[in-house]
Design a protein around this ligand. Structure first.
Ligand code: 6GU
Length: 269
C-alpha cells in the first residue's frame, strides 16, 4: 500500500517511523511519504490560511495550496491505477471504525489531507472528487487541533491489517471490535500476585470452559462499558449458556436482538 500525508506539520508524523508501522515501511509493505503543504504555496510568507467568509473565529485553509499539493500527489501514479482515496480528518467526518480500517486496508493508495480544525475551504473537497474518492473521517466526538494525531491513529489501525505487518495474524482475530464486542481480560504469570489470583478457570486446562468464560467476560464488559455496541450484536444463534449469561446481565433476546430489560438494575455488572 502507498500512503501520502499532506500537512503543515510534517514532523508530527515522525512516529510513523517507529514500531510495527516503521518496520512495515522498512519491509516494503507500506510506502509512506509526508509532504509539507507550504511547499505548494507561491507567496513569500508561504501562507496557507485566511479569514473565513461570513465572519467568525479562527482561520480557514486557502484552497490553492491544497489543490497544488493534491494534484501533485494524484499525478504521481500509473495511468491505469484506480482513484486513490482521499481521507480528510475532521470532527465533522463519518466515524472511523474497525470496519473502516478493514475497508481502507484493501485500497492500493491512501492520501491524508491534514487540516486545522476550522477546516479547509469546502471547494477543495468538491474539486478533489475529480481525482480522488473523498472520505471526511472522524475518530470520535471530540475536537483535535488538527488532523495529524488522527492520521497517526488511522494509519496505525489500517497499517496493522496489511498482510505481513502483524507477525501473528491470529492476534487480529480475537481483539476488541473484531466481533463487535470488547475483548476479554487477560492475565500472565505469576498466578498469584499481591494477593490477587488469576481466575481459576484459566488454569484448568479445559479449553471449552475457558472459551466460554472469555466470551461471557466479553458480554459483561461490553454491557458495562459499551452497551451501545450490544444494539448491533447478532444474538440469534447464541447457545443456551450465552443466553443465560445475557439474562444475568439484564438482557432479553427478542427477534435475535438484545433488549435491556426495563426492570434490570441501573448497574449492568
Ligand atoms: Cl479525524 N480530526 C480532527 N481535527 N479532530 C477530530 C477528529 C479528526 N476526530 C475527532 N476529532
Amino acid at each position: 500500500m502507498r500512503v501520502d500525508v499532506v500537512s503543515i506539520f510534517p514532523e508530527y508524523l515522525a512516529p510513523l517511523e517507529l514500531s510495527l508501522i516503521g518496520k512495515a515501511r522498512q519491509d516494503g509493505l507500506l510506502e509512506l511519504s509526508v509532504h509539507d503543504l507550504r511547499d505548494f504555496t507561491t507567496d513569500r510568507h508561504r501562507t496557507v490560511d485566511d479569514t473565513p467568509y461570513g465572519g467568525g473565529a479562527g482561520m480557514v485553509m486557502k484552497p490553492e495550496p491544497w489543490a497544488q499539493a493534491l494534484a501533485a500527489v494524484a499525478a504521481d501514479r500509473p495511468g491505469d491505477a484506480a482513484k486513490p482515496v482521499l481521507i480528510v480528518p475532521s470532527p465533522a467526518g463519518e466515524r472511523f471504525t474497525q470496519a473502516t480500517a478493514h475497508e481502507l486496508a484493501g485500497e492500493e493508495r491512501l492520501v491524508f489531507a491534514c487540516g486545522r480544525y476550522e477546516g479547509i475551504d469546502e471547494r477543495v473537497m468538491e474539486w478533489a472528487a475529480g481525482h480522488f474518492t473523498v472520505r471526511p473521517m472522524s475518530l470520535g466526538d471530540y475536537v483535535l487541533n488538527g488532523g495529524e494525531v488522527a492520521v497517526l491513529a488511522m494509519v496505525e489501525a489500517i497499517g496493522r491489517l496489511l498482510p505481513g505487518v502483524v507477525g501473528n495474524p491470529e492476534s487480529l482475530v480475537e481483539e476488541s471490535h473484531s466481533d463487535g464486542l470488547l475483548e476479554y481480560p487477560v492475565y500472565t504469570k505469576p498466578s498469584s500476585w499481591r494477593d490477587r489470583e488469576v481466575p481459576a478457570v484459566l488454569l484448568s486446562g479445559n479449553h471449552g470452559k475457558i472459551a466460554q468464560w472469555r466470551r461471557h467476560e466479553q458480554y459483561r464488559r461490553t454491557a458495562e462499558r459499551r452497551p451501545d455496541l450490544l444494539e448491533q450484536f447478532d444474538a440469534a444463534k447464541l447457545p443456551r449458556a450465552d443466553r443465560t449469561a445475557f439474562a444475568d446481565l439484564g438482557y432479553d433476546i427478542v427477534d435475535g436482538h438484545l433488549m435491556r430489560r426495563a426492570d434490570a438494575g441501573g448497574d449492568s455488572a
